[in-house]
Design a binder for this molecule. Structure first.
Ligand SMILES: Nc1nc2c(ncn2[C@@H]2O[C@H](COP(=O)(O)OP(=O)(O)O)[C@@H](O)[C@H]2O)c(=O)[nH]1
Ligand SMILES: [Mg+2]
Length: 532
């Protein structure tokens, strides 16, 4: 079954030049920009978190007197904005984003169609198509969605997807037919069971970074929307969100052309792995294939890219070339997809919020510690019999002031710590509702915990300590000690059970490095990762 057989929306003509469809295109646009009236559970939870941050944060920090407090607030608001995007579009959060980039008409869309064995999954065209980034992900159901500029998702039919893609190419003679979707759509998502082999990858079909000038309609180009310069910027933005990149070069080009290199290396500043797919190999002489592919590969290496694979491919024939029995000089992109799919990707929302709030708490704690030192000195002076008269009352006054300041910081720190906990609880519930997996300490290996040690509680993520094993028991796990610290650090049994030969690994006297993963200031609990 094609993913497009399920058309629940009123279809529009597949190509805008099939006239009589201006009305339906306007109808499509109004549907795309509409906003739903009913709040989703995720949206409701998000708003609660937003309210908590907007109403409490500034009120708390305003009496802390922290420098740059408004900058921190701005950072929190920025994070909220990103989070809102996630709420509306959580499907990509835990996927490895594998972008397919390359020049206009190199065959990016057809390549993806050939990989998924669906000829018409993505529209392909020898002419420019609208530059809207399109994600392909695995889903049990076949579905096409569009995310509009107000972060709302709408379901589309195949005809509508085609109308959007070819919108730029609308019948030039009829100006009323030219409707730009670029303004209203941020991205498209095609979900299909045909991606089943790679459930952890979101393939991103990017708009080509270039378009041939002669194909650009003057009027549209001058709007600076679908055409002209903005394509490069759009492509750059899209690629910078990707984790991996497969770069499609047409074998007919003969080389990895300079504008492509300049774009990728200098504009995008791509330093992550790069996979070269030399496409349209069917269109060059068999005797030329090896030479051309070697040339393109060497160009990429010379340009300094981290080339992790090279395939000679034909999207028309869905076939990898230059693969000889017994010696596989040339790669198969499918093998690379398999490797990428094996990587687990987690979000770091809790950590991102926490690091901002922790900065305020640490500031308060530092001021408090400083005040405590002054207080000690002043108390000593107060008790000094040689200090008397006016000087003595001055010292007394100062000491009182410092005590008061210390008390204020102390209560501010505990208020903010409570706030931090509330944010975390809300965030956890939001991530659960929208089904996003966020990183926890356990995702980084073995975890140890210390509760109630004020000295540990002053540390921050990334700080490290050397700990020594004091005791290990099969029933209680392992207890560690850090020199100079009162608190005991425990690796719980559920954790030690996961280590083979635990009794040997946790032998008394052995030393391990502990790295702070998280500090819960309200409960004075510190979570460490144990480096075995
Ligand atoms: N012969 C041949 N044509 C191809 C191949 N790949 C793509 N094409 C054609 O090249 C044109 C551009 O392909 P498309 O996928 O739309 O390019 P994109 O702009 O990079 O997405 C279309 O007409 C495709 O049918 C290939 O491997 N062999
Ligand atoms: Mg395309």
């Amino acid at each position: 079954m094609s993913i497009f057989s399920d058309v629940n929306n009123e279809p529009v003509a597949a190509h805008p030049s099939e006239s009589g469809n201006v009305d339906s295109r306007f109808r499509l646009i109004s549907r795309l920009i509409s906003t739903p009236d009913v709040l989703s559970d995720g949206e409701r939870e998000f708003r609660a978190l937003e309210k908590l941050i907007k109403s409490d944060f500034l009120a708390m920090t305003s009496n802390v007197g922290m420098p740059g407090e408004s900058k921190m607030y701005a950072k929190l608001l920025e994070l909220l904005e990103d989070l809102h995007e996630l709420v509306n579009f959580p499907y990509l959060a835990n996927k490895n984003i594998l972008a397919v980039g390359g020049e206009f008409s190199a065959g990016k869309s057809r390549f993806l169609n050939s990989i998924f064995g669906e000829e018409n999954l993505l529209p392909t065209d020898p002419n420019p198509t609208t530059a809207i980034p399109t994600y392909l992900i695995y889903g049990d159901d076949e579905k096409i969605s569009a995310l509009n500029s107000f972060s709302r998702l709408q379901t589309l039919s195949k005809e509508e997807l085609n109308a959007i893609s070819h919108g730029f190419n609308a019948n030039q003679a009829d100006a009323s037919n030219r409707i730009s979707f670029y303004h209203v759509l941020r991205l498209l998502q095609v979900q299909s069971p045909s991606m089943k082999r790679w459930p952890n990858i979101a393939f991103l079909d990017t708009p080509g970074y270039s378009k041939p000038k002669e194909n650009i309609d003057d009027e549209v180009a001058s709007e600076g929307t679908d055409a002209g310069n903005t394509d490069e910027e759009k492509a750059r933005e899209n690629l910078s969100t990707a984790d991996y990149l497969i770069w499609v070069v047409s074998a007919k080009d003969g080389t990895f052309q300079q504008p492509g290199i300049a774009f990728l290396r200098d504009k995008v500043q791509w330093t992550k792995p790069l996979y070269l797919l030399i496409n349209k190999v069917d269109q060059i002489e068999p005797s030329e294939r090896k030479r051309v592919c070697e040339q393109i590969r060497d160009d990429a290496r010379k340009a300094g890219f981290n080339v992790v694979g090279v395939s000679a491919y034909s999207s028309r024939e869905s076939k990898v070339f230059l693969k000889q029995k017994g010696h596989d000089n040339w790669d198969d992109p499918v093998d690379w997809f398999k490797a990428v799919d094996g990587k687990r990707k987690l979000t770091k929302w809790r950590g991102r919020f926490k690091s901002i709030i922790d900065e305020v708490i640490r500031f308060c704690n530092n001021v408090e510690a400083q005040c405590a030192d002054y207080e000690k000195v002043l108390k000593r002076l107060e008790a000094d019999p040689e200090i008397e008269g006016e000087l003595s009352s001055k010292v007394k006054g100062l000491r009182k002031e410092i005590t008061e300041r210390r008390r204020r910081r102390q209560s501010a720190a505990s208020q903010i710590a409570e706030f931090s906990e509330k944010v975390e609880v809300r965030l956890n519930s939001l991530l659960k509702i929208i089904g996003v997996s966020d990183e926890t300490a356990a995702d980084n290996g073995l975890v140890a915990v210390s509760v109630g040690d004020d000295k540990f509680a002053l540390s921050k993520k990334g700080d490290s300590f050397t700990a020594t094993v004091e005791r290990y028991s099969k029933f209680n796990g392992c207890y560690l000690k850090v020199q100079g610290y009162a608190g005991q650090v425990q690796i719980r049994r559920s954790m030690t059970d996961t280590v083979t030969d635990a009794a040997k690994v946790f032998a008394v006297g052995r030393e391990f490095e502990l790295k702070v993963y998280e500090v819960n200031h309200a409960q004075r609990q510190v979570t460490f990762n144990v480096c075995l």
